[in-house]
Design a protein around this ligand. Structure first.
Ligand SMILES: Nc1ncnc2c1ncn2[C@@H]1O[C@H](COP(=O)(O)OP(=O)(O)OP(=O)(O)O)[C@@H](O)[C@H]1O
Ligand SMILES: [Mg+2]
Length: 435
């Protein structure tokens, strides 16, 4: 829990990070983030895919530098990796040719320890994460959960003050991540380490609510800390505790509030521009969600957190789907509830062909990129254009990779709606039935 009278361990002052692009304006990924982390705190940073969470964490770890602003650790600027700050990566980042012991010792190599001290510290960390007996095993012999335990041991071996974790459990199955989470909380709460604070990036709301004292909601384009939520809920927390459910509801509310940006005053719906980073969702996912929402039990509205739980939806996926459905005006959010609109209900009730017509109409009205593609195709005498033509335009504000993703999504949706055709071999877009 925050002890406001003490000095922050970490302090970010208007930290921004942009990435240069060839012959194009820089892309701002993290924008003027301010943050203080105090001794004793477990802080979770939650936000959607591609919003810049890892970039922010890497700046705190000293792995990359901010383009503007400062990162301080115990009052000193972080301009390279510093002892005391240790990172756990999502993909474990183990070297396959080194044993468990070798991988853990590797983290200690940069520090001024003798060989025997290194060994002793590595063995202690391996013991701490429950991997005793596996010192000589190689990563390929280990399950994902065990690999992440080794990743954690490597981070803990240097006896850090702060642990930075980038989605440490997201590559693991549910049971394994529950198990590892509980062990980590145990390590943290029983003070077996000298850890003074933890900052964890996640896109899992339950995970944040189970572990953190403070939850920061990060919003995208450009990445900013939008809202923060402090909780005093005691550990260990139980998913069945009504207070825990209230906390989860509060996090949902914060995420929905953070997403209000694109809504003009008084409007229920998001209004997007041509270069908007369209969420990566497929038509079948959209249709499936609308069908589920159209069920009698959600006749008037569906509570967001209950709906997510009942459908076993990954929260990141759910928010992406909701975003698209809001843009297309198939639904809107009202105080944590999903409300299906008449057009959303009409889509769910319609047959395949009518669905395409409704979808086409909503796409053209509310997704400027699809409207733009169609207009260009109509203007051209051969009624076709290369995808490269649109990619170049998108790259004014999006990275090359993101531009490709966004165009692919717009093309998928446009093809489904039968607004235009696309030849994957030639990369040519054309009107379906040119006359
Ligand atoms: N070195 C780089 N050069 C150019 N662009 C980059 C670089 N690193 C990150 N980006 C861009 O910055 C954006 C944010 O990336 P980042 O990995 O920080 O997001 P994230 O929130 O961690 O996403 P995820 O949830 O998928 O892990 C992305 O659009 C990515 O393409
Ligand atoms: Mg990331």
């Amino acid at each position: 829990m925050a002890i406001p009278s003490s000095d922050p361990l970490i302090q970010l002052d208007r930290v921004s990070r942009s990435f240069p692009q060839d012959n194009r304006p820089d892309i701002v990924v993290v924008d003027e983030c301010c943050l203080k982390i105090y001794p004793g705190e477990f802080v979770a940073l939650i936000g959607k895919t591609g919003s810049g969470k890892s970039t922010l964490l890497r700046m705190i770890a000293g792995l990359i530098q901010p383009t503007e602003g400062t990162v301080l650790y115990q009052g000193q600027p972080v301009d390279k990796p510093v002892p005391g700050l240790s990172m756990v990566f999502q993909d474990f980042a183990l070297l396959p040719w080194l044993s468990v012991l070798g991988n853990v010792e590797l983290g200690l190599e940069a520090l001024p320890y003798s060989r025997s001290e290194r060994r002793e510290k590595a063995l202690r960390a391996i013991d701490m994460v429950g991997m005793d007996g596996f010192e000589s095993a190689y990563p390929k012999e280990l399950s994902g959960g065990m690999c992440q335990r080794v990743g954690l041991a490597r981070a803990l071996a240097v006896d850090p003050t702060i642990l930075l974790m980038d989605e440490p459990f997201s590559a693991l199955d549910t049971l394994t991540s529950e198990n590892l989470r509980a062990d980590l909380m145990d390590l943290w709460k029983t003070q077996q380490t000298n850890l003074s604070a933890i900052l964890m990036v996640t896109h899992n709301i339950e995970e944040a609510a189970l572990m953190a004292d403070r939850i920061l909601v990060f919003s995208a384009d450009p990445g900013k800390i939008k809202i923060e939520l402090q909780t005093q809920l005691q550990h260990p927390r139980s998913e069945n505790d009504p207070q825990f459910k209230t906390l989860v509801d509060q996090v949902y509310d914060c995420i929905t509030q953070a997403a209000q940006d694109y809504k003009p005053p008084g409007s229920r719906y998001k209004v997007i521009d041509l270069n908007y980073r369209l969420p990566k969702v497929s038509i079948s996912e959209l249709s499936g969600l609308l069908e589920a929402l159209n069920a009698p039990e959600y006749a008037r509205k569906a509570d967001l957190s209950i709906f997510a739980e009942e459908l076993h939806l990954d929260v990141d996926d759910l928010f992406q789907l909701i975003e698209v459905l809001e843009i297309l005006r198939f639904m809107y959010l009202e105080e944590g509830d999903i409300v299906l609109t008449p057009i959303g209900r009409a889509f769910a009730d319609a047959d395949i062909l009518s669905r395409k017509t409704i979808f086409a109409q909503q796409l053209l009205a509310h997704v400027p990129l699809v409207r733009h593609i169609l207009r260009i195709l109509e203007e051209r005498h051969n009624q076709s254009a290369t995808e490269a033509r649109f990619l170049i335009e998108l790259q004014d504000t999006l990275t090359e990779e993101t531009s490709k993703e966004v165009l692919t999504i717009a093309i998928d949706w446009g093809r489904y709606a039968e607004l235009f055709a696309y030849n994957v071999n030639t990369g040519l877009l054309s009107l379906e039935d040119p006359e």
